[in-house]
Design a protein around this ligand. Structure first.
Ligand code: CA
Length: 520
């Protein structure tokens, strides 16, 4: 640090006479060095050397990334997390210098210890001061990404900002019916019933859809109102941590109670009858047709309807409300942004420049690199205002979604290891989203998340043998109960017995042994 300060001082004083060195403090190599990269992500099929962000990083560091992607456009299986493109790359026998991908974590934590990727701990300690400082401040993140052998094999994409989803309701419908914002699960039920029966959209038809969801697990999320859980992380159906022990939400008593009541709500017409099949267009359709009453969805995009539908639906107000109190009085927002994703990048074992590469990874954790990763190129997408990056008015108002514009220039790439800056999103979040986030901030409703475990080979075998069929069975029964095929209370003991016969306890045992090793 001290060296850097002295160097900066020297450079500043000699800047007039040595302009070539004036902003060379991020330079890693004197002569340009080319490193190959495999990059897989649904939003960008490979690494584009023409991205303005890549060009800027080249100018600053001297490192040139050269696309060498195998299996571009191959999708990751969201259920198994298996990354076909990465398997293809491995089968081809050549691992590029850098491998960046969504769902990289399990892959590198399996093949890293077998020698396919560099362990990063020593490289970071010796050559990457910015990342070392980050991990020193957040040891839980270092623990969460480490493999069973204790080493880190990838640098993750680290999201910033806490809030993801919230409860939304039609405030104008509440006003029309003279109802308050519901504060408890009982009041939510009464409100949904009023939405169904009392014609809040005023067209004389009982056409309202009281609760709807773009993703059907957001119906299951409501079991939290009966003190159940639906997931321990931002991935649906995930395990959760209960007083230091890993459990699965779909084997708990609060879940049973929640499913029992949600089945009742469904039978009474308080839930969208098409909740399992309507899919991702549910929100767009039910809001724009003035039919949908309540959901649980993302702050920013859901708040956006207050602007986009203002002209079409008189008085339209679909705004966030605080998580209703559960039967025991707990107000919980189960969903939040996870602080660490399984996406990011790693160093292939045949890379002949591991030190330069880890320095390059570290560049993205410097102030300038982080700005480049988050905001794009200065003077193009943003300018510096009072010492902070601010997107230009032209960039924010040209009609294209901000995210898509940033991906298109090589910024905000989740297959790059970097630390997101929430400020980038705040600058284009609408007033309704910011108002809702302030409401959630006040109440402190978020809970800690399960950040995942890294199995050793034997644990992995047990998990692979049992888990996917257990999960399928859980989801099949879950949907059946909601739709009225069977009664959760009558079926419960047999259900738990079947889960145990299928190996649930074995899976929980390996989850817990891995968890204790990793976080203990
Ligand atoms: Ca109506």
């Amino acid at each position: 640090m001290r060296k850097l300060t002295m160097l900066s001082a020297i450079l500043a004083s000699t800047a007039m006479t040595m302009p070539a060195f004036a902003d060379g403090h991020l330079r890693i190599v004197e002569e340009p060095l080319e490193l190959t990269i495999q990059m897989n992500h649904a939003r960008y099929p490979n690494y584009d050397e023409n991205w303005p962000v890549e060009q800027a990083a080249r100018a600053m560091t001297g490192i040139h990334l050269i696309d060498d992607t195998v299996g571009a456009n191959m999708r990751t299986d969201e259920n198994t997390g298996k990354t076909e493109a990465l398997n293809l790359m491995l089968a081809a026998g050549v691992i590029p210098d850098i491998v960046g991908s969504s769902r990289l974590k399990d892959f590198v934590n399996q093949y890293g210890p077998e020698g396919a990727f560099y362990p990063l701990n020593d490289l970071i300690a010796e050559h990457a001061p910015n990342m070392a400082a980050y991990f020193a401040e957040r040891p839980e993140i270092a623990a969460a990404i480490s493999a069973a052998d204790g080493n880190m094999y990838y640098i993750p994409y680290l999201p910033d900002g806490k809030y993801g989803r919230a409860y939304f309701i039609r405030y104008d419908w509440l006003d029309a019916l003279g109802l308050p914002v519901p504060e408890t699960v009982e009041e939510v039920e009464a409100t949904l019933r009023a939405f169904k029966n009392d014609d809040p959209n005023g067209n004389g038809l009982a056409d309202e859809v009281p609760y709807f969801a773009r993703q059907w697990p957001e119906l299951i999320r409501l079991v939290t109102l009966w003190d159940g859980r639906s997931s321990g992380s931002d991935t649906y159906h995930d395990f959760y941590v209960d007083e230091g022990q890993i459990q699965h939400p779909y084997a708990g008593e609060g879940y049973r109670e929640g499913i029992k009541n949600l089945a009742r709500w469904y039978a009474e017409g308080l839930i969208d009858v098409e909740v399992f099949t309507r899919g991702s267009s549910a929100r767009e359709f039910l809001l724009s047709e003035n039919l949908g009453g309540m959901t649980h969805d993302w702050f920013a995009s859901t708040s956006g309807y207050n602007t986009s539908l203002a002209d079409r639906i008189d008085g339209f107000a679909f705004k966030a409300f605080a998580p209703p109190a559960s039967v025991s009085g707990v107000r919980m927002e189960e969903h939040r942004r996870i602080p660490i994703k399984p996406d990011g990048w790693a160093i292939g074992a045949t890379n002949e420049h591991p030190i330069e590469t880890i320095k390059y990874f570290d560049f993205w954790f410097t102030e300038e690199g982080r700005r480049l990763a988050n905001f794009g190129v200065e003077g193009e997408q943003y300018t510096m205002v009072d010492g902070a990056p601010k997107f230009t008015e032209e960039f924010l108002t040209n009609g294209e979604p901000v995210n898509n514009q940033l991906y298109a220039i090589g910024s905000q790439l989740q297959a790059r290891g970097y630390f997101q800056n929430y400020e980038y999103e705040k600058q284009w979040s609408n007033e309704f989203a910011l108002e809702g986030i302030a409401l959630y901030d006040e109440g402190d409703y978020l809970i800690d998340q399960f950040l995942g475990v890294a199995f050793n080979a034997e644990e992995q075998r047990v998990y692979d043998r049992y888990w996917s069929s257990i999960r399928d069975y859980m989801l099949e029964r879950q949907q059946g109960w909601i739709l009225g095929n069977g009664d959760v209370e009558a079926d419960w003991d047999a259900y738990i017995e079947t889960l145990n016969e299928m190996g649930l306890q074995d899976v929980l045992d390996v989850m817990n042994s891995a968890y204790a090793r990793q976080y203990g």
